[in-house]
Design a binder for this molecule. Sequence first.
Ligand code: PLP
Length: 382
Amino acid sequence: MRGFSDRALDIQPTGVRKMFDMAGDDVISFGLGEPDFQPPAIAIEAMYQAMKDGHNKYTTTAGLPALRKKIAQSWDNVCPGLDESNVCMTMSGTNALLNIFATIVNPGKNVLLPEPYFPLYGPDVGLWGGEARFYECLFEDEFVPTVEHLESLVDDDTVAILYNFPSNPTGATISTSQRDELLQFAQKHDLWLITDEVYDRIVFDGDHVSFMGCDDERVILVNSFSKTFAMTGWRIGYILSANPEAMSQMTKLQYYITACSNDAMQHAVLAAFEQANDYPDEMCIEFKARRDLIGSRLNAMPGVQCHVPEGAFYVFPKVDVPGMTSEQIALELLKGGVLCSPGSAFGPSGEGHLRFAYTISREDISLGMDKTEAVLKGLRGE
Ligand SMILES: Cc1ncc(COP(=O)(O)O)c(C=O)c1O
């Protein structure tokens, strides 16, 4: 008899889209997790040229050797000695995550995931029969988990822990000493360490702190060009690991997921790497100015406390309106002309927070903050 898999039926649509579906065209939108820039012109031209040159075919599953080599070299400063065999191109970070969990999760096993979270992590683990076990990243701890808390969650069936710094939705980053503690936790329990570093090129005041190079056996990195080169719609990313067996298993599975990545697009990304590698640094100058603006505006509002994060393009302030949930507050803001995401869409510990993506102009941020302030004052009766 026809029917649907339990897997499909069990999975729920993400709460993040809910506000979008209700928003009119005239709202100021802090909703979108994608840069409001276009990809470097050189990448667009190279894509067109590659198609004209006949690069419209399957590539090897792992992708173009020249691009993979370039990617491997780009990690030389933290993990020297990598080559193309350590990289598998994917059709996005989303694709990379699905592949990794397919490769390492058996039914009945569990994976430790951050919360508040990028909403795909839990379902990605569940699809393969694994249990998503969430660890809290709290405002009080600058959104970095404590090892004591992680220790309370791990058991004999835990196979992996995923870290995401800079984080969506909090923008949190880690210091090298925090990184080392989190690494030691994974080593102590012999876990895979999956590190989602898709925002590695969007950091403001210091260098990006990576898990790459820390433990060749267990670290598997997810990355994407969506944010780095402002090409969210292109769908291209990669998996990187110094562990040859992990690479071989994941590359084998990638064949069954997409066969390979897009031929012309890989040429275009290679051109961007070679000729526009400072492109994300230019975006960062603007993002940093916006971060400073939105951080100072939010911190001056009644009932709002906001960390000013070091990475990504989100702020995740605590917003207190007595008697109201984050979803109710977000709905009131929407009525007042501002679209943002309720913290609860990113997991229970996101309750009491709102996520603002500062992927709009400074003028619009100022206007949106005026409206936010007016709505919050009204709700708080001030
Ligand atoms: C933390 C994080 N990981 C992974 C992704 C996936 O990015 P993409 O599928 O566009 O490569 C996103 C996208 O927003 C993200 O925020």
